[in-house]
Ligand binder design. Structure first.
Ligand code: IVH
Length: 678
């Protein structure tokens, strides 16, 4: 490929990636699969690797972060970031309106208001020059913040270049946008689960998680953290026709490709409607996908907002309506220790039941033992408990001032609460582990996870626990040899229920290979990684035999995951599990090759590999896939090329000869890729 073609292709790929990224992360309605997205990204990476001079700052490949910085550079904001006056009731909202009405000239037209969520995240200021994100800063003290551009670039919903598509509005030469970086509740939960499983300390709340991630000196870590962004203000722009109202601002931001909280943002012409909406949203706050501590009410007309000025560092033209706190204090009666599927032991507080925002709370997360020690939480303490969304409530800390002296320290268990084996803990690490792989709790959790991922309805936690305890099941592979009579012997299992479960188990044999792979619970292998793995190794056997080097060579996988995958397949117990799956007739091959994406020199071509080559076959397969080609396990009419190594022979060779399929040796394959690249 020559430089000009490469430049054109890279440009093309970046546009496609930006579009699909927006569909996925902002609109929540992707039109291509994750694997197809990854293939586009791989193709762009391949071009950038071959032509480093074509790498641009706004390339989506830069979302992965860069080497750690020494410290953050200070940035002076173009306009100070102010605080807002607060209101907590209808009366206070009316008082605000009365105050400002007095300051406005009599002939001011009736005011309109825009109501937005008050995101509980971190303010960030984004500078776009010539449509490109050139600087992103934290709030800091409101005047001076820190340059966290490299970290912000990793946020998928944040546009690196505006507008997103060529038919979007022409960007001003300079644009400064303000908004909030935060972590969605579902992402926060998943992140904490991941951290806990890895034996690392989870975050206490989404805001801490967002702050901790954004202020990472190593942006590669930030890239692993699921941050989101919502824009809400244009601070400065040399626009010919700048938005005159807040509503127009939101529309303009949206048109440029910024995520805005459209579902919540509303414009009203009377304060009575604003008040009613505040009440409605107070009731609905837990259905929001992020934490919001209230709503921001802004005068819609930006000229009026400006004219109202600032008093005591707070603009008069806007006010924060604060939701009542979702917190309560109650007695910490006891602590329960539970064992997760990887053996990590987590503490849960058992509380005197207390209502918090309409829900009775009697259990709350204590995160981990470091957290308990850090906050000095003791049995018998009165504790502050916080609830947000549908996430499990958590203990914020003790009310130490009202201790009686009878409170008792909480100590990590010495033996596993499920199997009684000694608990392991490495000094300096957060997690306490049960290392016994035969531990019933771990087995139950693994089974439950398997059933959950494969959608085996009817297999809940009590069934999983019983099956493990009664010895019917050692690992999920045993599910497929369960008999009706074994199920009928379980508590609460009548005929119909057993039949339904058996049917669900049988149906789960047909799930696509990536799903099955994700269900195995290999550390670091969720749905997306599973798809990537299956694209490179279309059968479970091939994957099980892939070398660590071959795995590490898969774009986007990395050495840590490669090692963890390899280690999983090495373990005899897991080999046994695969054996059971195979014997039961579970689908262990990729479905007919997914149509390869229309990118890369080998796109549209299907290969099968046979014989001994200069590298492991799986490495060759990964290389072909990275160039857009598809690799099949067996020769069919659809196979375009059989790649043959030394001493080919065998079924594949004979079949290919029979079908008249073209054969290539390794040199021929490379030549083909090169010819098609040109
Ligand atoms: S606009 C003129 N809108 O709240 C109005 N701020 O107390 C100035 N915040 O740290 C603020 N959500 O980062 C505005 N929809 C929203 C907001 C919002 C959260 C934060 C903001 C600032 C604080 C102001």
């Amino acid at each position: 490929m020559d430089l000009n073609t490469a430049r054109q292709q890279a440009q093309d790929l970046r546009e496609q990636l930006a579009y699909h990224n927006y569909r996925y992360h902002v609109l929540d309605s992707p039109v291509i699969s994750d694997a197809e997205y990854d293939a586009l990204m791989d193709a762009l990476r391949a071009i950038e690797a071959a032509f480093p001079e074509l790498v641009t700052a706004d390339s989506p490949t830069r979302r992965v972060g860069a080497a750690p910085a020494e410290a953050f550079t200070k940035v002076t904001h173009p306009a100070p970031i102010l605080s807002l006056d607060k209101a907590t009731s209808a009366e206070e909202l009316h008082a605000w309106q009365t105050r400002i009405a007095k300051l406005l000239p009599e002939d001011t037209p009736p005011l309109a208001y825009v109501v937005e969520p008050k995101f509980d995240g971190l303010t960030v200021v984004l500078h776009y020059t010539g449509g490109q994100l050139t600087l992103g800063a934290t709030r800091g003290d409101g005047q001076i913040g820190e340059d966290v551009t490299t970290n912000l670039r990793t946020i998928r919903s944040l546009p690196l270049r505006i507008p997103l598509s060529a038919d979007g509005p022409h960007p001003p030469a300079n644009l400064v946008v303000r908004g909030e970086a935060l972590m969605l509740l579902k992402d926060f939960e998943a992140l904490n689960e991941r951290l806990t499983e890895a034996g690392e300390a989870p975050f206490a709340n989404p805001r801490n998680a967002a702050a901790g991630s954004l202020r990472q000196l190593d942006s590669r870590i930030t890239a692993q953290r699921p941050l989101s962004f919502f824009a809400y203000a244009i601070v400065g722009a040399d626009l010919v026709s700048a938005p005159a109202t807040q509503q127009e601002t939101i529309a303009a931001l949206k048109a440029y490709g910024f995520p805005v909280a459209e579902d919540v943002i509303r414009r009203f012409e009377t304060l009575a409607e604003v008040v009613a909406y505040c009440q409605e949203m107070t009731a609905r706050r837990n259905s929001l996908p992020y934490e919001a501590d209230g709503l921001v009410i802004k005068i819609d007309d930006l000229t009026v907002q400006q004219a109202l000025g600032i008093v005591g560092g707070r603009p008069r033209g806007a006010v924060a309506f604060k939701f009542p706190p979702q917190e309560a204090t109650t007695l910490l009666r006891d602590v329960e220790f539970s064992v997760g599927r990887t053996g990590v032991i987590t503490p849960t507080a058992l509380l005197d039941p207390v209502p918090i925002a309409g829900v009775t709370v009697s259990r709350a997360s204590l995160h981990n033992f470091d957290f308990i020690a850090e906050r000095d939480i003791r049995l018998g303490d009165r504790v502050l408990v916080h609830r947000a969304g549908d996430v499990i409530p958590y203990v914020v800390g003790p009310i130490a001032d009202i201790r009686t002296g009878a409170e008792q320290p909480i100590t990590p268990p010495v033996t596993c609460p499920s199997c009684g084996e000694p608990v392991a803990h490495t000094a300096g690490e957060v997690a306490y582990f049960c290392l016994n792989s035969a531990c019933p709790a771990q087995r139950g959790e693994k089974l439950l996870y398997f059933a959950h991922v494969l959608d085996i309805v009817g297999l809940g936690s009590s069934t999983a626990a019983q099956l493990v305890q009664q010895g019917n099941i050692v690992d999920p592979g045993d599910l497929y040899s369960l008999s009706r009579s074994e199920l009928l012997a379980l508590e609460g299992f009548a005929g119909k229920k057993a039949d339904n479960l058996l049917e669900a188990i049988a149906a789960s044999k047909e799930r696509p290979l990536p799903r099955l792979l994700a269900a195995l619970g290999i550390r670091g292998v969720g749905n997306t990684v599973a798809e990537t793995l299956v694209a490179a190794f279309p059968t479970l056997d091939a994957l099980a035999n892939a070398s660590e080097a071959a795995l590490a060579a898969i774009p986007g996988l990395g050495p840590v995951r490669a090692a963890s995958i390899r280690a999983w397949f090495e373990r005899p117990g897991n080999r046994e599990l695969l054996h059971k799956l195979k014997a039961a007739g579970v689908r262990l091959e990729a479905e007919t090759q997914a149509t390869p994406p229309e990118v890369g020199p080998l796109s549209g071509l299907s290969f099968v590999i046979t014989g001994t080559l200069s590298q492991p076959r799986d490495d060759i397969a990964a290389w072909i896939t990275s160039l857009g080609g598809a690799v099949g396990a067996s020769v069919t009419k659809k196979t375009n090329y059989l790649v043959t190594g030394a001493d080919p022979g065998g079924t594949k060779f004979n079949k290919a000869q029979q079908l008249g399929i073209a054969m290539l040796d390794e040199a021929g394959l490379r030549q083909l890729a090169q010819d098609l690249s040109a």
